[in-house]
Design a protein around this ligand. Structure first.
Ligand code: SF4
Length: 430
């Protein structure tokens, strides 16, 4: 057996939950809307501004999710649609143009402006695509104006990032010829990007680019030589847009935990024809460090039963990580959307017998959760407090999107996020 085969899971690609039936539910949902994505995207693209065209509710959501920035110039805001705007679209467009002109006049540092649609802007059918085109013509070359929807009608909060990245894809320059490059897709913390860059360099895989880039002018090129790795499991639209530009996805599990990170890197290494000895040399130390960090958490998490409400779309990769690397027992893994193709490698690694559910009927799911009495419930903020009051330990799924959790160095922190609510509850019960 080769060194690589010895260390990679032997059942990678086996059935797991690949063919498991999925409970599909449609009913009331308890999720945040896509505007939430602005909270991490504005930190990531450092010269972009996100202008939500919405209501006071949208403004409140953003303020409470992001907190108030006292020292920095804010890089998001809400243009409030007043009641009188509902009567005349022409007025709303003129007002939007005025707001944008004022904003850009005051903030010469802005290089990319996103007009972000909301429920109210969609209800009054304000055409933000056309507005973005009109405003781009007016403000180019200094500022590029794009648009995407963060509306809560039929979305979950991570779809905001998907919509934003999908809006960037048509703006990416064409890769000359069919030059080969690796594109890592999905917003990652800078520290994580830097770690991955070092690993890919050691593997000889490259050039490596990231979408989104840290600055608007650094949008990566794309073409038929582009191979991309998804760093997040909620990027279906972005993947479609990249495919349409000739790029090709490298199928892989997601880089969560020691195993997930190794398999993710290995998929790229195989695409580049990297020898297995080189692969082991480049990854062994990181992988061992991650496994060591997980070991002592495993002692405390092993055997704990976990229940996922659908929220972030990270549920399937997280359940795989918790089950395989920490010995936890996933009872139900609910996800807003189950993208079979992007999750194929993950589903194959999930232990058989896990109940998968897609969509939500919150009352039914709460009944199942109460009946199962899991040791830990991963859910949105709206459900966490009532479940805690019923004596269940909960983990806010949104924290998993705000925290750097990908890669070897973050594996221990990721496990810790699940350990903390259990430790807190144990203290309360003493
Ligand atoms: S976009 Fe819709 S769901 Fe989101 S805050 Fe605004 S009104 Fe609420």
């Amino acid at each position: 057996m080769s060194a690589i085969a010895a260390s990679l899971p032997t059942d990678a690609g086996a059935a797991g939950c690949g063919d498991a039936p999925v409970l599909r539910e449609r009913g009331q949902r308890e999720v945040f809307c896509g505007l939430t994505g602005i909270v991490w995207l504005h930190r990531k693209i450092q010269d972009a501004f996100f202008l939500v065209v919405g209501s006071r509710t949208c403004a409140h959501l953003l303020q409470s999710a992001a907190g108030v920035m006292i020292f920095a110039e804010p890089r998001f805001a809400t243009a409030i649609i007043e009641e009188r705007d509902l009567a005349g679209l022409a007025d709303a467009n003129e007002e939007l143009d005025r707001v944008v002109a004022r904003l850009l006049g005051r903030r010469p540092d802005i290089r990319m402006l996103f007009l972000v649609g909301s429920c109210p802007s969609e209800v009054i059918k304000l055409d933000l695509a056309r507005a973005a085109q009109r405003l781009s013509q007016r403000h180019m070359p200094a500022v590029r104006v794009l648009h995407f929807s963060g509306s809560g009608i039929e979305t979950t909060f991570t779809q905001g990032e998907d919509a934003c990245l999908a809006a960037l894809v048509p703006e990416m320059p064409a890769e000359p010829g069919s030059a080969r490059s690796l594109l890592v897709v999905g917003a990652l913390a800078e520290v994580v990007e830097d770690q991955f860059l070092r690993l890919f360099a050691a593997l000889g895989v490259g050039p490596v680019r990231f979408l989104p880039a840290r600055r608007a002018a650094d949008l990566p090129a794309v073409g038929s030589g582009t191979r991309y790795l998804l760093a997040q499991p909620f990027l279906a639209e972005t993947a479609r847009a990249l495919d349409a530009r000739g790029a090709r996805r490298i199928p892989a599990p997601f880089p969560l935990g020691a195993e997930g990170t190794t398999l993710w890197l290995h998929a790229a290494a195989q695409e580049w024809g990297v020898g297995e000895r080189t692969f082991r040399e480049a990854t062994t130390i990181g992988e061992q460090r991650a496994r060591h960090a997980l070991l002592r958490r495993r002692e405390r998490l092993s055997g704990q039963r976990v229940f996922f409400f659908p929220d972030s779309q990270l549920e399937v990769p997280l359940a795989r990580f918790l089950a395989r690397e920490l010995g936890m027992v996933p009872l139900e893994v609910g996800t807003p959307y189950l993208h079979r193709e992007h999750l194929a490698e993950e589903l194959a690694l999930l232990p058989p017998g896990v109940m998968l559910s897609e969509g939500q009927h919150v009352e039914n799911q709460l009944d199942r959760c109460r009946a199962a009495r899991p040791d830990l419930t991963v859910c949105g903020l709206g459900l966490a407090n009532p479940l805690e009051a019923e004596g269940l330990a909960t983990k806010w799924s949104i924290e998993l999107v705000f925290t750097p959790i990908q890669g070897y160095e973050q594996a221990g922190d990721l496990a810790e996020l699940f350990l903390r609510p259990l430790a807190r509850r144990a203290r309360l019960e003493v």
